[in-house]
Structure formats: C-alpha cells, structure tokens
Write a protein that binds this ligand. Structure first.
Ligand code: COA
Length: 161
C-alpha cells in the first residue's frame, strides 16, 4: 500500500490545493492531507477550522484522510508509514525553498521522497494569503476557494474586522 502525505498550513485551503489533492489521490493508494505548523506564519483559521474545510471539500475522495500534526514532518511520515511527501509546484520561485525542504526531510528520514506535482496553470498565482487579502477587502473569493466553504471563509473573515 503506497501512502503519501500532502502537508501544508492550508490557511485556508484553496482550489489550487484541491487540484493537487485530486491529482495525488489518483496516484497513491492513500493520501493523508496533514495540517501542520509553519513557524514563520500566524494562522488566521484554527486547526479545527482548517481540517473541517479540508474534510468538506474532499468528501468525494474515498482514499483521502485529513489529519493534523504539530511536530516534524519527517517524524509524522515515519509514524504513518508514508513513503512520499507530495508538494505542489506553482512557479520556478517555489523551487529553491521546496528543494531545500525535500533534502532536509530526506536527511531526517532517508526512506522519504518528495514528489512534486505541477499545479494547473489557472491556479499558478493562487495562495492562501491572496484569498485572505481579497476576502478582508470585501472582494469575491469565488473561483479561488471551493463553493462548499466560500461563505464560511467570508463570514469568518468578517468577524475579524
Ligand atoms: N495552490 C495554491 N496555493 C498553494 C499551492 C497550490 N497548489 N501550493 C502552495 N500554495 C501556497 C500555500 O497556500 C501557501 O500560501 P501562503 O504563504 O499564502 O500561506 C504557500 O503557497 C506556501 O505553501 P507551502 O510551501 O505548502 O507552505 P506551508 O506554509 O503551507 O506549509 C509546511 C509548510 C507546514 C509543510 C512546513 O513548514 C513543514 O513541514 N512544517 C513542519 C515542521 C517541519 O518538519 N519542518 C522542517 C521542514 S524541512
């Protein structure tokens, strides 16, 4: 059984992330999407909210599981018996940082490889920060996040004002 992990902050999950999840789910027997902590970021949405958004938009994918973890990704992969980390590459600018993380993760867990999937061209520019910025300024996030969570994300952002 080939198990892969797709880690990220998912603050919030976008259609670009969903695109990567759907591609990865078709390549592996099981895909674990894990909400993790990036120590350079302060999340807007709680861990529970981020997992709930992910669960709702992936309910059509039988082999996808949603989880959260607060330690090292390499340790989590070991714990879950995963052999591959999946990451989405949007542009060349993502490459250097992703390359560094992939090598560090392999050093920490030599059995662990990172597979990069190209995000669809239509989502190349997308990021969670862009979604939050548009929502915070009263813009429409339709086409950026899944319709199942669009209202919830907007409502939650308005509460922050
Ligand atoms: N579509 C849309 N947006 C995408 C995307 C895609 N396919 N792929 C990435 N992005 C966006 C993300 O939304 C994020 O946007 P933001 O900066 O506005 O929040 C940005 O690109 C960066 O994404 P990513 O590279 O996945 O970083 P992340 O912060 O979401 O996740 C962790 C990084 C959590 C995976 C990493 O910090 C980690 O592994 N932490 C655990 C601790 C650890 O093991 N550290 C050692 C690592 S070597």
């Amino acid at each position: 059984m080939k198990i892969a992990i797709y880690p990220g902050s998912f603050d919030p999950v976008t259609l670009g992330h969903l695109d990567v999840i759907e591609r990865a789910a078709s390549l592996f027997d099981r895909l674990i999407v894990v909400v993790m902590h990036n120590q350079t970021k302060t999340p807007m949405f709680t861990l529970e909210e981020r997992q709930d958004f992910l669960r709702r938009i992936t309910s059509h994918l039988d082999n996808v599981e949603i989880d959260a973890f607060s330690g090292l990704l390499a340790d989590y992969a070991d714990k879950r018996g995963a052999c591959t980390i999946v990451k989405g590459l949007r542009a060349v600018s993502d490459f250097e940082y992703e390359f560094q993380m992939a090598l560090a993760n392999r050093k920490l867990n030599p059995d662990l490889d990172t597979a990069f999937l190209m995000t669809s061209a239509k989502y190349m520019y997308l990021s969670s920060s862009i979604v939050k910025d548009i929502a915070a300024h009263g813009g429409s996030i339709s086409g950026f996040v899944s319709p199942q969570i669009e209202d919830e994300v907007l409502k939650r952002m308005r509460k922050e004002d």
